[in-house]
Design a protein. Sequence first.
Length: 169
Amino acid sequence: MRIAGFALLQLAALLFSLLHIGSKKRGADCLASFCAMLEQLGGLLGRDAAPMPELIGELIPGSDGAAEVFLRALAASMDRLGGYSFCALWKTALGAAPALSDREAAQALEELGTVLGRYELETQLRAVESCRAVLCRRLDAQRQSLPQTKRLTLGLSLAAAALVGIILI
């Protein structure tokens, strides 16, 4: 009975570790999808200064993951553009997308919404590039820390579970 309890304790620690590591991977994937979306947005804005609803419609097919969910929510809300500002619709769509685990990246995306469709083209392009740079920098930091986070999470949780198991036995 004690051995079964010890094994269950170790399995619980392993499950916790795997869920935590999976959460970190999903956060990096979310950032990567937004980085790709912003790169496309910058290219489309630079190529032709079409209205925002058209640009968003063009971005959807080339997007995936969290950025696609965000763009679909934003595109669905474009019919309310007269009653609400683009910035408000942008923030609402960000809330509908899977949450960004990185606060700095989320803040950069919110700030981008205040610039898009509001200022001159050069200012919008600089804002897109600035936001993309912040997101890409955060993505690189997360990708570099992921292997260490994996080892640390697995090691600490399994060692803590083993210690608790030994004390209980």
